[in-house]
Design a protein around this ligand. Structure first.
Ligand code: NDP
Length: 282
């Protein structure tokens, strides 16, 4: 039976480290601060924003909350981002996605100053990630790496397979594994012989958004399985992209859904806020 990687516990450790760093900064007269911008009424986004504000509170990071109506124009949102870009007391800017359809997301994300881009989505930070020198790394991918490393698993030289190539998960996970000297293969919807490729992976990271897609025959005996997927089943419960019940009997380590990668995203966001604050005050 696989060791179950406890994302709740590891994310708590990270939040406690962040909290200690925030206290040190405050002792030096610097108050870390994150601005969170929400446009519209999307219920899931409201929950995410609430959780981010709660995490800030726990970690001792000041949060500035901007809850704007659906009717907010692109110009108004860009003007707010600009104002926060120029506000020295604000270290990080997070614009909750998705934005209403009349607002161009790319334009808004590009407007955020790279040093305040705590989501790590700005092309400048993505570029730094690809050359292995990013300070602000995309949160979910960075969380996957922390789960692996803090479980005592060495990535160096391992055969790493990432299933999914999205800009927010698959591609950055691949780059981070490469930076850790893994030998990385990325699979996507056009990949041939995927089962065979996955079954060769020492470390398998799955981010496709397909309920229980990865079965035991796609898993190497003793492999490390990081399941990023969050899918809601017919009965309302959540499950990952990996068939956990099958995989747990074959893998060496596995993350559950929920309670694996999920809690790591916010912890890494908090970590990015502190990094941004430290860099801006260096
Ligand atoms: P996207 O829909 O943006 O990307 C999905 C990727 O999976 C694409 O690259 C696609 O390939 C690939 N894919 C889809 N079907 C298959 C298949 N049958 N075989 C191989 N590859 C396939 O999703 P995201 O990356 O945004 O998210 C993936 C999952 O992770 C979702 O369940 C999402 O909810 C979850 N997630 C969880 C987070 C967390 O905090 N835990 C954060 C972000 C996402 P192609 O490019 O060829 O279309």
């Amino acid at each position: 039976m696989a060791v179950i990687i406890d994302g709740k516990k590891i994310s708590q450790e990270i939040k406690d480290e962040v909290k200690a760093k925030a206290e040190q900064l405050k002792a030096a007269g610097i108050e870390p601060c994150l601005a969170v911008i929400l446009v519209g009424e999307d219920p899931a986004s409201r929950v995410y924003v609430r959780n981010k504000k709660r995490a800030c509170e726990y970690c001792g990071i000041k949060s500035l909350s901007y809850e704007l109506p659906e009717s907010t124009t692109e110009e108004e949102l860009l003007a707010l981002v600009d104002k926060l870009n120029n506000d020295k007391s604000c270290n990080g800017i997070l614009v909750q996605l998705p934005l209403p359809k009349h607002i161009n997301e790319e334009k808004v994300l590009l407007k955020i100053k790279p040093e305040k881009d705590v989501d790590g989505f700005h092309p400048y930070n993505v570029g730094l990630l690809s050359i292995g020198s990013a300070d602000l790394k995309a949160c979910t991918p960075a969380g996957c790496i922390e789960l692996i490393k803090r479980s005592g698993i060495d990535i160096c030289g391992k055969n790493c397979v990432v299933v999914g190539r999205s800009n927010i998960v698959g591609k950055p996970v691949g780059m981070l594994l490469l930076a850790e000297n893994g030998t990385v293969t990325t699979c996507h919807s056009k990949t041939k012989n995927m089962a065979e490729i996955c079954a060769n992976a020492d470390i398998l990271v799955v981010a496709i958004g397909k309920e229980k897609f990865i079965k035991a025959d796609m898993i190497k005996e003793g492999a490390v399985i990081i399941d990023v997927g969050i899918n809601r089943m017919e009965d309302g419960k959540l499950c990952g992209d990996v068939d956990f019940d099958e995989a747990v009997t074959k893998a060496g380590y596995i993350t559950p859904v929920p309670g694996g990668v999920g809690p790591m995203t916010i912890a890494m966001l908090m970590n990015n806020c502190i990094t941004a604050c430290e860099k801006q005050n260096a």
